[in-house]
Design a protein around this ligand. Structure first.
Ligand code: NAD
Length: 490
């Protein structure tokens, strides 16, 4: 991809900031290792400008635009993103290295979220409560929180930006969004879409930069709420910094999720699911089911099919239609994943059945072959740590009680999958799993109509679904007296 003359720049108060030869850094093409774009990080002054723009525009957005007006802006933005779906896919593939076969659905997914929140803006309100016959009653007003900050991770950049901004804006908040420094492009496309859809200047701003920009946003006194997606380590810093000024916080963090395959499962479907739960986005998905527990009686059959099908996958240029798996996001991340593969090879009795090698090195890209370890035990580091790459650990089990206890034996509580044809067992097991999202006979689907969050170290609060509205609104109670005042004093 040819380098454009202009660097990518922050979007503040309805326009890109002026280009400057300072504060530039490079984005690398994960498929070739070459520089493909320059990005201009926001200066401290621009970060302040972004927050001020959001703060000054918020009241008007909440007061002068009715829920119906705000809803229409979101619906128009949805149509604009759909129109730009091809460009969104290439931008997302360019930034992340994810295949176009995946990223071509990104704009449609964003449009779904915008439509859902546009509907929620019109329908979700407060509650009426009778207090004393018809003499007094109360009601609740659902109000915007105010100026919000969204901070995104690099694996699903547009999804992060939309999942945060659509409900924030729908309910009358403003937002400053900071995408990951590795994946800034589609947040800027979203900003353009909102503007073209009629969003007033300042209501949605994009600040480009690294963790220091994120930290400045989190600590800014005019920010009322922070919604963060990223690692547990950074999430903990964000939580601590936000606590200093008692800001509201939502955290969507990492995981090490179990996928449990019982002996009655259809093995072909179970293998398909294990592949989706591990190889999607080259393994760079927070909810991936990387601890695959397989009942001992079907283990051999499962592994044979899994290795055969995984070895057939076409790894290569993510912009090519036939490619199944693209590169890792960056050289640094590829090296981290390779370290874990080495640890896995050295640990205990585990067997590396296939993959785990750097490949296609002649391209300069960050390519790894997907690794399957069998014979793993619960205490191995590759089984306990979030690796965020294509490293699947297969563990065998004998009975239901045992596997549930072992599945829950982790600091994380993001997601889990259960594969069985026994309905009662499926529901019993998901009820016992200490995680926020579960799938029965499928994996890694995240429709915006269902809440998304994390238990234990995987997060705080929920976004999406109707309950996600709680994350973007505050409730005011109103007491209304219609009768005489009952006064205890003469
Ligand atoms: P990360 O924590 O390194 O960075 C996330 C974001 O935080 C980036 O935008 C980064 O610039 C910013 N940041 C860094 N330091 C900061 C600070 N001190 N204050 C404020 N912001 C700061 O995570 P990553 O490597 O970009 O993403 C991978 C992680 O994200 C994985 O752990 C993955 O599981 C998780 N993730 C979770 C979800 C979810 O929904 N639960 C979704 C996607 C990714």
């Amino acid at each position: 991809m040819a380098s454009p003359s202009m660097p990518l720049r922050s979007f503040i108060n309805g326009k890109r900031v002026r280009p400057s030869p300072q504060h530039l850094y490079s984005l690398y093409d994960a498929a070739t290792g070459t520089v493909r774009e320059k990005v201009q990080s926001a200066t401290p002054g621009q970060i302040r400008d972004g927050v001020i723009a959001a703060s000054e525009s918020q009241e008007r957005w909440a007061r002068d635009y009715s829920p119906s007006d705000r809803s229409k802006v979101l619906l128009r933005a949805a149509r604009i993103l759909e129109r730009r779906a091809g460009e969104v896919a290439l931008a997302e593939t360019g930034d992340t290295g994810r295949t176009v076969r995946e990223t071509r659905h990104e704009a449609a997914g964003a449009a779904d979220c915008l439509e859902y929140q546009a509907g929620a803006a019109l329908t979700v309100g407060g509650q009426h409560v009778d207090l004393s016959g018809n003499r007094s009653w109360g009601y609740t007003r659902r109000e915007p929180i105010g100026t919000t900050v969204g901070i995104g991770a690099w694996n699903y950049p547009l999804q992060s930006a939309v999942w945060k901004s659509a409900p924030a804006l729908a309910f009358g908040n403003s937002m400053v969004f900071k995408p990951s420094e590795l994946t800034p492009t589609t947040a800027l496309i979203l900003a353009d879409a909102y503007s073209e859809a009629g969003l007033p200047d300042g209501v949605f701003n994009v600040i480009l930069g690294d963790g220091s920009a994120g930290a400045s946003l989190v600590s800014h006194e005019k920010v009322d709420k922070v919604s963060f997606t990223g690692s547990v380590e950074t999430g903990s810093k964000v939580y601590t910094a936000a606590a200093e000024s008692l800001k509201r916080v939502t955290l969507e963090l990492g995981g090490k999720s179990p996928l449990i395959i019982f002996d009655d499962a259809n093995i072909h479907d179970a293998v398909s699911t294990a592949m989706v739960a591990n190889w999607l986005s080259s393994g760079q998905v927070c909810s991936n089911g990387t601890r695959v527990f397989v009942h001992e009686s079907v283990l051999e059959k499962f592994l044979e099919s899994l290795v055969k099908r995984t070895s057939r996958l076409k790894i290569g240029d993510p912009t090519e239609e036939a490619t199944d798996l693209g590169p890792m996001i960056s050289r640094g991340h590829m090296e981290k994943v390779m370290k874990y593969i080495q640890i896995g090879k050295e640990e205990d009795q585990a067997d590396l059945l296939c993959g785990g090698e750097p490949i296609l090195q002649e391209t300069g890209g960050y390519y790894l072959s997907p690794a399957i370890f069998s014979n793993c035990n619960d205490n191995m580091r590759i089984v306990q740590d979030e690796i965020f790459g294509m490293v699947m650990s297969v563990l065998s089990f004998r009975d239901e009680g045992e596997v549930v206890q072992r599945a829950n034996n982790t600091a994380y509580g993001l997601a889990a999958g259960v594969f069985t044809n026994d309905l009662k067992r499926a529901h019993r097991v998901v009820a016992d799993l200490n995680v926020a999202t579960t799938w029965i006979n499928n994996y890694n689907l995240a429709p915006v109509v269902l809440p998304w969050g994390g238990f234990k170290k995987s997060g705080q609060g929920s976004e999406n679904g109707l309950v996600g509205v709680e994350s973007w609104t505050r409730l005011k109670a109103v007491y209304v007296e219609m009768g005489a005042i009952d006064c205890p004093y003469p």
